[in-house]
Design a protein around this ligand. Sequence first.
Ligand code: FES
Length: 430
Amino acid sequence: MVEGIKQTGKPVFGFGIEGHGDHETIRRASQKAKELLQWASELRREQRPLKDLWVSTKCGESDTTSGCGANPTVGNAFDKLYPHGVTLVFGETTELTGASTWSPRAAGTTQCARSSSSCSTATRKSSIATRPANLMDSQPTKGNIAGGLTTIEEKALGNIQKIGRKCLVDGVLDKAETPTGPGLWFMDSSSAAAEMVTLCAAAGYVVHFFPTGQGNVIGNPILPVIKLCANPRTVRTMSEHIDVDVSGLLRKELTPDQAGDQLLECMFRTANGRLTAAEALGHREFVLNAVIRVGLSTLAVEVWRGGAQGAFQSFEVPRHPSQTVLDVVTYIQRSLDATLAYRFACRVGMCGSCAMSVNWRAALDLPDPCRQGCPENKLVIGPLRNLPVIRDLVTDMRGFFDKWARAKGSFEGTKTKRDDFRARTARFRR
Ligand code: FES
């Protein structure tokens, strides 16, 4: 992390407790913090063109007023910033569920539409794989339901209002990835508020629009978070947390255009140094989980290509919790090279179809490949060594099955369904 920040030209120091102890580390860090504070106090504000602003958005504690008021206000502001070459970003992949028919239409290129739709599918699959139950218990959240949102689709269609009506999605970013040019970017990212804002800060965004329905208090130590709200009750009960009150939209005292202008005015004041409500109240929520996951998140995979005289080909595959070797091979075939040949059937380690050589040992579908003997995030996957190779990871198994049949390796049961079930299973119940 220190090396990465150094490359930006900003002063940075790293500290480790090991070899020094708590007290000495705190002393050294305090000394450097004082020096950095003095360095920062000499910086002078300078005029910059509008296009140097990088603006991110993510909503929180959404209710029915979010999709009707606060989110379209962000959309109105985005529509006004986009033509000036400002760099914008939105995300929250799982909270776009149901608005996916919309996303490809707004995508600037077909490739971008495909990427955003595959992010959506991949994130939903990974959420489902890592959750003990299904998504029903998380989206919409209990708070969203209390606020009147009945389905994730309803929430998603309100959520997507944040990107306005005129912007095109210019590209897709991974978590915390820095965009390569101006325009509107979609970040394949978490829906958790503090995590998403931290990811935007890590990507380089400098001001954040945070529309809320029922009120959310989060701030960030790096990225100023501007809260806007269209729910009159929240504006009344949590006024100290709200920077821009757009509740007049629901009473028709404010037009969407005026609401967007109010938000932009607040953005300019913030960019000029005014503290946001979250900053003034000392909210500095910071979640590094996803940033750390990104740092560890690729597997270097060598896969055998061709027949007996073939060679290994290198691929980079994103890591996921609970990933298996078969998942790795499937990812390569579906996302990187559709010509890769491999074999599978049951996918649960029963049938033996997917047997291959993994890091030079014959194996079935291994769970978590990095805990199975490849600590450096490297995998070498080839066909089984003692069988003729047909292509890539597929071997000719006819000889094997002939020998198996001759050796009578199959199971021949002696009971039938007419035998008493309790008697048949008695030994398992003891
Ligand atoms: S697909 Fe059946 S054991 Fe792997």
